[in-house]
Design a protein around this ligand. Structure first.
Ligand code: NDP
Ligand code: 8X3
Length: 256
């Protein structure tokens, strides 16, 4: 019997690439996201290869998450791998100018949505003493940058929650990993800049960013280590991205 992967945010970017990567290896797929038509296209593409179950889901809706997981068809119910991928950044303004509604959306999706999915899936994994949760964090959860404010903080939550889950799961065979990518080209920047294609394109101009397929390869590698091996975290950037020195303001009135 093939392993079963449930991937949130499968309608685009990393999630869709993960669906294709795991399908290529024969995994059974449970795919969700809000855009039903994208899910249907993905199912049409992949269901010839592997069993695929799709359902429209907004991960911010706790009751909907619980209902969807509780009513998975029997052949899809024993989820071996949860890829908590659904997430987004909104805006790149300094904190004092941010839209509070954007902050709510990021917290509700990146933090609370991930918690709802995890909490709904975990009891089954514990009961079967088998399973793996791969969370999609970000380098933004470790390294601050201007305008990263709540997005980075939400990914710092994902990082520490992943580690704390490992502490709680000690003694079980359930694994937890946090994947922390840097700049990758997907719909991420179109979402961040609310459909401003020009601003989104500028993020990747003149660079060779990570591709969703690069991330899918890493998720697949993390998920296919021997059962006694837990990859705690993977941080990955494109070669064209690196670190800057600390920023220093030189506006002090007593300065030279
Ligand atoms: P995309 O915008 O291409 O994909 C995001 C996915 O999340 C979509 O499938 C979207 O589906 C889904 N999603 C967003 N909100 C919700 C919601 N409320 N309920 C259900 N699904 C939702 O971006 P990426 O593939 O790049 O991003 C995937 C993850 O990777 C995110 O968590 C992001 O923060 C993270 N990441 C991205 C990086 C990058 O540079 N691209 C780098 C590091 C991390 P739909 O709209 O159909 O609901
Ligand atoms: C996305 C990467 O650097 O745009 O998580 O925040 S970054």
């Amino acid at each position: 019997m093939s392993s079963i992967a449930l991937i949130t945010g499968a309608t685009s970017g990393f999630g869709a690439a993960c669906a294709r990567r795991f399908a290529a290896a024969g995994w059974t797929l449970v795919l969700c996201g809000r855009r039903q038509e994208r899910l249907e296209l993905l199912r049409a593409e992949l269901a010839m290869t592997v069993p695929v179950h799709t359902f429209a889901l907004d991960v911010r809706d706790e009751a909907a998450v619980n209902a969807a997981i509780a009513t998975l068809p029997a052949e899809f119910a024993a989820v071996d791998l949860l890829v908590n991928n659904a997430g987004l950044a909104l805006g790149l303004e300094p904190a004092q100018r941010c839209d509070m509604a954007d902050w709510h959306t990021m917290i509700d999706t990146n933090i609370k949505g991930l918690l709802y999915c995890t909490r709904a899936i975990l009891p089954g994994m514990i009961a079967r003493d088998q399973g793996h949760i791969v969370n999609i964090g970000s380098v933004a959860g470790t390294y601050p940058y201007p305008g990263g404010n709540v997005y980075g903080a939400s990914k710092a939550f994902v990082k520490q929650f992943s580690r704390n889950l490992r502490a709680d799961l000690l003694g079980s065979r359930v694994r937890v990993s946090n994947l922390e990518p840097g700049m990758a080209e997907s719909e991420f920047s179109q979402v961040r800049f609310k459909g401003d294609e020009r601003q989104a394109a500028q993020v990747y101009a003149g660079t060779e960013p990570l591709r969703p397929e690069d991330i899918a390869d890493i998720v697949f590698w993390v998920a296919t280590r021997p059962a006694h091996v837990n990859i705690n975290s993977v941080e990955v950037m494109p070669v064209c991205q690196a670190f800057a020195p600390f920023a220093v303001s030189r506006n002090h009135p007593d300065g030279n």
